[in-house]
Each structure stands twice: as C-alpha cells, then as structure tokens.
Ligand binder design. Structure first.
Ligand code: NAD
Length: 295
C-alpha cells in the first residue's frame, strides 16, 4: 500500500482516484472546486479530503495531479502554497494532465532543485475507461525509476507505456491527439460528402475500411512504401493532386465545403515543382520532412 495525494478530482481524476483506493492504496485528495457528490463518494470509499497542498503533501509517497491546463499544474507545483514549497520532498510527483511538453519539462526542472522527482503521464481514452481502469497512460521521466510508479499507474490504466525522458508523455499525447483531432474533421467532411452525394453511408464506411482512407496511411500505405525507403510510383502525387481537385470540385457542386482538403491543396501544389511530382504519394512524408529541414 502506498500513500497517495491526488490533486484535481474532476471528470477523469475522480474515477482514477477511486481506482487507486479500490486497489488498496491510501488516498487523500485536494480540489477546492470539487462538487459535493464527488467529495462524498471519495470519503465513503475511504479517502481523506485535505484543504491545502501542504496538508496533502505530508507523509505521502506519491502525488498525482489531473488538472485542466498547464497554468493549473504550474500553480499547484510551483505556486506559493505549491508542492515545491513543502517540507516533504521525499515523494514522487506524477502529473497526468494534458499540458504543453515544455511546461512539463520546466516544472520538473524547478522541482528538481528541491530533489522532487517528476513524471509526466497524460492519458488517452475517455471517462468510461477512467472508470474501468483501462486508460492508455503515456509516461515521460527517468527510465530507471519508471518501475517505482508503474504499479500505481496500472491501477488506472490497462496500457502503461514508457515514452522517454521527461516531457515525452506529454509529447506523445499531443501528437496522438493532433492526428485524431484533425482526422475527425476529415472524417466529418468525408461523410457529409457521402451523404450529400446520395451514397449509402454504411456502404461507404465498409468500402473505405478496405483502403488507405479507412485503414490509415500509418498502417496501410506507409509501411509498404516510404517507411521501407521505396518512394517510386505507385500512385503518383500528380494524380493524387488531380483527385483532390476532383473531390473539391465535386463537393462544391454538392454545396459541401471541404475545408481540410483545401488546406492541404497547396502542399501538394508546391510538390509539383519538385521531383515529388512523379513520386509515390507516400513520399509526401519526405517532402514535408524536407520542408521542415529534417533529414
Ligand atoms: P475537469 O475540469 O473535469 O477536472 C479538473 C479538476 O481539477 C476539477 O475538479 C477542478 O476543480 C480541479 N482543479 C482546477 N484547478 C485546480 C487547482 N488549482 N487545484 C486543485 N484542483 C483544481 O477536467 P478533466 O476532464 O478531468 O480533464 C483533466 C485533464 O485530463 C485535462 O488536461 C484533459 O485535457 C485531460 N483529459 C481529459 C479527458 C476527458 O475525456 N475528460 C480524456 C483524456 C485526457
């Protein structure tokens, strides 16, 4: 059994804290804005409510925070009454909020001046998985000390993955979210066009589940081409650009605005003045890397 202090018992933090208690850990929590029902359930489950971070830090082995934004994390970690200014420095701090990697790194550096070790461990998946203890948890921090926190993270997540040094959990999380958030709009625009074009949605989804559209380039086209250094055509970029223009023109005739399609149009157009024009469409990975001065 570990002594854990939990900061921020909102939508995600509340069920995560409950799962730590269910797994036999002793838990105190601090959240000045928590609702009464949450407080009641946590206390009934055996948790102790603390009114200050100072009280929360006393005799704890671990502190966990699950807060909305980076400013909240900085406040609880580095603020006047924050973790950095408490007597108990013999604890490990795990921030599980989704924040800017640079903030995770900065907070960790400042805590290190007081010998407080920090991990960033943001989560993927939603509240149901938080309730079931089946979150995906992406961890950044010391590899050597990762085993010290793995067991308590496994009370909250079914997949606990070490991603690298401090900040790497936050980096992996926001990179993952970038792709899923952008493709959410591509998906929404695509299905709107399916609808307006009079194509059966079920049929379209089934059909597109067999192509790069539905399987995803990372799983489908890239592994067979650019990721094994084969960028010969294949499906040439000049033809991909032609098809993108066809889709945009068709959508316009149907009264559908393909905002995401139009936003990448100019990337394909720029490639037309280069060798990439007649190379495989997966070679756009190399084109984008070159445009960003990457090898
Ligand atoms: P939330 O707003 O429901 O909960 C945050 C809690 O933090 C609240 O109870 C609030 O009172 C408390 N809080 C705010 N400032 C505080 C402070 N200074 N001291 C102590 N407590 C404070 O947010 P959430 O949905 O639980 O999200 C938490 C984090 O997890 C966010 O970074 C979010 O992006 C991320 N996340 C959320 C989901 C989701 O589905 N909700 C999924 C994955 C990741």
């Amino acid at each position: 059994m570990k002594n854990i202090g939990f900061i921020g018992v909102g939508t995600m933090g509340f069920p995560m804290a409950l799962n730590l208690i269910k797994n036999g850990h002793s838990l105190s929590f601090y959240d000045p804005f928590a609702n009464n029902k949450t407080i009641e359930v946590l206390i009934e489950a055996g948790a102790k409510q603390e009114k200050t971070i100072a009280d929360l830090c006393k005799t704890k082995d671990f502190l966990i925070s699950m807060l909305p934004i980076g400013e909240d994390v900085k406040e609880v970690a580095l603020g006047e009454g924050g973790i950095i200014n408490q007597d108990n420095t013999d604890l490990i701090y795990i921030d599980m909020s989704t924040i800017l990697p640079a903030d995770s790194i900065d907070v960790s550096k400042q805590l290190q001046t007081k010998n407080i070790q920090m991990f960033d461990a943001p989560v993927a998946r939603l509240v149901n998985e938080a309730i079931e203890g089946t979150l995906l948890i992406m961890v950044g921090g010391s590899l050597q000390d990762f085993p010290k926190i793995e067991e308590i993270l496994k009370c909250m997540g079914s997949d606990v993955v070490y991603c690298g040094t401090i900040g790497s959990g936050s980096k992996m999380k926001i990179i993952n979210n970038y792709m899923s958030i952008v493709s959410n709009i591509v998906t929404a625009e695509t299905l709107s066009l399916v609808h307006k074009s009079g194509i059966d949605q079920k049929l379209a989804i089934e059909l597109m589940s067999t192509t790069a559209a539905g399987k995803g380039h990372m799983n489908f086209s890239y592994p067979k081409k650019v990721l094994i250094n084969d960028i010969g055509p294949g499906f040439k970029n000049v033809l991909a650009l032609k098809d993108l223009r066809l889709a945009i023109e068709h959508a316009e005739s149907e009264g559908i605005e393909l905002t995401s399609g139009k936003s990448v149009l100019n990337i394909y157009e720029r490639a037309m003045d280069t060798k990439y024009k007649d190379l495989d469409w997966t070679a756009m990975f190399n084109f984008v890397k070159e445009s960003n001065n990457l090898d």
